[in-house]
Write a protein that binds this ligand. Structure first.
Ligand code: ADP
Length: 275
């Protein structure tokens, strides 16, 4: 009796193991499919954008009002398509670990300033004030472009989900070997039950037919992938109708030894800042 039960359990274990392997294989195929498709879409889209630019800048002749209007619509839809394709490429690159991170000693306040510059006009359109308290902290090891991408994404979201004339606060703080970045808004907020889910692929809280906000639901997944690749953490705190805070934690001392390039640049540039 016991022996039969044991054999049965052994069989179940084998089946589950096989199913896990099959799911892993399917997941791999899905990533490959997304990667190939996005690459194939990227090439023609780059051409479309280039020719659109030629037309919009009237390099092939003057445009009338209707033509300008039509090109504006094509342009805005092409931008959406481009951001979706780039997001899928980033996602598949992160999942397959094909994205290489260019880890350098960086000044986080400069990265954040740079990110804010990129989204400033969006904030101005909605009369949203961005307050910064970025301090002057020692250099941290990270991929400048990728960290800028994360901050841009968070501030973009903050602008998107905050009503006109709202306020966004960006703070940087340091506690021993930990660096904290917080992007806080006074927007629509997120219910507690969704807080974990928003980092899932393609997840959006508002998915009804009358969806108010555009987006792909990939932004936060990519942010999380980038921060995890830095050995850090990202999480959200929020209260509906009051606002949300997105927090990033980066470590000064990653596990293992800092790279030689980091140690050298750190001593040359003086590290700077307070502890
Ligand atoms: P996207 O913004 O493209 O939909 P994200 O992955 O960046 O995708 O965000 C996922 C979802 O998380 C959003 O659709 C939204 O429902 C919620 N969200 C993200 N940031 C905020 C924010 N600052 N305030 C309220 N909701 C947010």
């Amino acid at each position: 009796m016991v022996r039969a039960k044991f054999e049965e359990l052994k069989e179940t274990k084998k089946t589950i193991k096989k199913q896990i392997e099959e799911l892993k294989e399917l997941d791999k195929m899905k990533i490959e499919f997304l990667n190939i498709t996005s690459h194939e879409l990227k090439t023609p889209l780059t051409q479309i954008i280039a020719y659109l630019d030629i037309l919009q800048n009237e390099k092939q002749g003057k445009l009338n009002k209707n033509q300008k209007e039509s090109l504006k619509i094509i342009s805005s839809n092409t931008k959406r398509l481009k951001s979706l394709i780039w997001d899928i490429l980033d996602l598949s690159g992160l999942e397959s670990k094909q994205i290489k991170f260019d880890m350098q000693p960086i000044k986080i306040n400069e990265v954040i300033e740079d990110a804010i510059r990129d989204v400033k006009s969006l904030a101005e359109e909605k009369n949203i004030t961005i307050n910064k308290n970025l301090g002057n902290f020692p250099l941290i090891e990270g991929d400048e472009e990728r960290l800028k991408q994360v901050i841009t994404n968070l501030v973009n979201n903050a602008i998107k989900f905050t009503p006109k004339r709202g306020k966004i606060d960006i703070n940087v703080g340091k506690k021993s070997y930990r660096l904290f970045i917080t992007v806080k808004d006074m927007g629509i907020g997120i219910k507690k039950i969704y807080l974990e889910k928003i980092f899932d692929k393609f997840y959006q809280v508002d998915t009804g037919d009358k969806r108010k906000y555009s987006g792909t639901g990939l932004g936060l997944t990519i942010c999380q992938g980038i921060i995890k690749a830095h050995g850090g953490e990202i999480w959200a705190e929020s209260e509906p109708k009051k606002g949300s805070a997105f927090n990033i934690l980066l470590y000064y001392k990653r596990l293992g030894k800092p790279t030689e390039a980091f140690t050298e640049a750190f001593s040359k540039r003086g590290g700077g800042g307070k502890n």
